[in-house]
Write a protein that binds this ligand. Structure first.
Ligand SMILES: Nc1nc2c(c(=O)[nH]1)N[C@H]1C(S)=C(S)[C@@H](COP(=O)(O)O)O[C@H]1N2
Ligand SMILES: [Mo]
Length: 272
């Protein structure tokens, strides 16, 4: 058994056929779930004693949450694996922009509304604890490098979409991204290392994908420097080149942001 629709449930104990069925039925379940009084919902989702009952319900509710939070209608999920199938030692590749030690006073800088007239003069500066304050998601999936190797790796962090919603980022209006108003989103998100030695541009559709993470954990431990400490992008719908390590700055644009490997001849989108 190897396939799951929930990036947050890496143990993947759902029978394969049930995955598809659940997707198809999720709207029906949503109606049923909506009919369950809130108190019972909380009792089911909070009671640790009800594990046998809780898990199937939990999965249904998570599937509904995922449907509700999908920003683009054609979003499909990358295959995930049980975390125990992940490589114990993840391969390292690429040191551009991460050759110096991580600054002790590292902060994530976000330029809120690049190009917009009402752009705040001060960028937003966040700490790793601000990222950890968001719901944590873990997943194991096949990380693919364009050079021809791949490896099942187990990553943990916050969904980029949750992050953008929580901090009202990525929109022209300055409001939180809204699945019903994707036209309000900038077309691209740009990221670069603190020294600007490596940089990527990502189409917003891929950025808002539910499996795209601002990752701070690898194999359940804080990410090490060679893998992009303290915070990196994990974007399963793209090849490794877009999975920028050691994020320093994030910005938004309707123009394609500069991209390190696109400038060196690779396809800009490098999607799977
Ligand atoms: N800052 C930075 N991020 C980077 C790279 C890099 O050279 N510098 N290389 C990319 C490439 S080509 C790959 S395959 C992955 C490798 O991530 P890993 O070292 O954690 O395996 O990081 C990507 N992100
Ligand atoms: Mo790569």
């Amino acid at each position: 058994m190897s396939q799951s629709n929930e990036p947050k449930l890496p143990e993947s104990d759902v029978p394969e056929s049930a995955v598809r069925r659940r997707m198809l039925k999720s709207f029906g379940w949503f109606a049923l779930a909506a009919a369950v009084p809130v108190g019972i919902y909380e009792w089911i989702t909070n009671s640790p004693k009800l594990l046998g009952v809780k898990k199937p319900f939990r999965r249904v509710l998570d599937a509904n949450e995922q449907v509700a939070r999908t920003y683009f209608s054609n979003t499909h999920l990358v295959r995930t694996y049980p975390v125990n199938q992940a490589a114990k030692k993840a391969r390292v590749n690429g040191y551009d922009g991460i050759k110096t030690p991580v600054a002790e006073d590292w902060k994530l800088q976000i330029d809120r509304k690049a190009g917009a007239p009402a752009e705040p003069s001060q960028p937003l500066l966040l700490t790793i604890d601000d990222i950890k304050a968001l719901p944590k998601h873990e997943m194991a999936y096949e990380f693919k490098c364009i050079e021809g190797w791949s490896q099942i790796q187990h990553w943990g962090g916050a969904r980029l979409s949750d992050f953008l919603v929580a901090h009202k980022l990525g929109t022209k209006s300055g409001n939180a991204p809204n699945p019903d108003n994707t036209d309000d989103l900038f077309k691209y998100i740009g990221m670069e290392t603190p020294d600007k030695g490596y940089y990527v541009g990502i189409d917003m559709e891929s950025a808002m994908h539910p499996q795209t993470l601002l990752a701070y954990e690898l194999n359940g431990e804080p990410i090490t420097a060679p893998h992009g400490a303290p915070l990196r992008l994990i974007i399963p719908v793209k090849y490794g080149v877009k999975n920028l390590k050691r994020i320093g700055r994030i910005f938004f644009s309707d123009e394609r942001p500069r991209d390190f490997w696109a400038e060196r001849g690779y396809d800009y989108y490098v999607g799977l």
